[in-house]
Design a protein around this ligand. Structure first.
Ligand code: CP
Length: 300
């Protein structure tokens, strides 16, 4: 594992190894990254991904240098290309955590980088470390991944987290995926082709209520205002799926509700105290997954 760019690069053996290391790191500190420096280079806003990677590196005994708004406060503002920035940062650090507004930016960065690049979200492309922590959450909460029924809900056209998670789910047996979205926000053809190749069952629907009683995981996502060209276009879809307690009461007793966060209005706060609501636990699991990834990628 030189770089982490997309979910397709992982197989079950590697995923199990990451999960096993994450299990061991839970609520622990460790000095395996002592003397190493991580750059968090973020061209788009973030709460979870940046802070959890930075916390992970510090908990592994390493150090962090960061720009939280590289679009404005790095030399990108003066016209520097991503490739040139990466070539230069190679002189200062041992690993780069990159969030960028352009799909494919991590590939471009990895192509010129001698040190590992970890994709922390590239536009409407992928967010592979989020998908790993999502899968880990499912494993921890349901004790299985094979055979689950999952609804991926919301803006599936622009949502990079559901794209990366769908790619990972395609590696498991007897998983049933319901893509729940308005017609204009359907999941990309690339995902459907991949799932067809892997004989993974999926169905595209608009009505969440029609499958609410049979799913094990409700994975809700935000309608992403920043991906729409106009406010008017965004408002067409805003609020199209809202999870409230009435809906939650129809779910199976041991089912869970996940969300990559941030949320806006798509899960009502009244749901937060339900034992099914694991979206804040999900952020906690993410810390150990990111510790495991840094430990593995920096081991040489
Ligand atoms: N889930 C996620 O990527 O959150 P942030 O945008 O806060 O990093």
């Amino acid at each position: 594992m030189k770089h982490i760019i997309e979910s397709q690069q992982f197989n079950q053996k590697l995923i199990n190894e990451i999960f096993s290391i994450a299990d061991k790191l839970e609520n622990k500190t460790d000095n395996s990254c002592k003397g190493k420096i991580m750059v968090s280079l973020f061209y788009e806003p973030s709460t979870r991904t940046r802070f959890s990677f930075e916390s992970a590196m510090l908990r592994l005994g390493g150090s962090v240098i960061t720009t939280e708004n590289a679009k404005e406060f790095s030399s990108a503002a003066k016209g520097e290309t991503i490739e040139d920035s990466i070539r230069v940062i190679n002189n200062y650090a041992d690993v780069i955590i990159l969030r960028h507004f352009e799909e494919g930016a991590s590939q471009k960065a990895a192509a010129v980088s001698k040190i590992p690049v970890i994709n922390a979200g590239d536009g409407v492309g992928q967010h592979p470390t989020q998908a790993l922590l999502d899968l880990y959450t499912i494993k921890r909460e349901l004790k299985k991944i094979n055979g689950i029924k999952i609804a991926l809900v919301g803006d599936l056209k622009n949502g990079r987290t559901i794209r990366s998670l769908a790619y990972l789910l395609g590696k498991y047996k007897n998983v049933k995926i319901y893509f729940v979205s308005p017609k204009d926000l359907r999941v990309g053809e690339d995902i459907k082709k991949y799932l067809n190749r892997h004989n993974t069952y999926y169905k595209e629907i608009e009505d969440l209520k029609s499958i609410i009683k049979e799913i094990d995981v409700l994975y809700q996502t935000r309608i992403q205002k920043e991906r729409f060209k106009t406010e008017k276009e965004y408002k067409k879809f805003k609020g199209c799926y809202k999870i409230d307690l009435t809906l939650v009461k129809q779910m199976k007793p041991k089912s869970i509700i996940m969300h990559p966060l941030p949320r806006v209005d798509e899960i009502l706060p009244e749901v937060d105290n339900s034992p099914k609501a694991v979206y804040f636990k999900q952020t906690h699991y993410g810390l150990f997954i990111r510790m495991a990834l840094l430990k593995m990628i920096l081991k040489n």
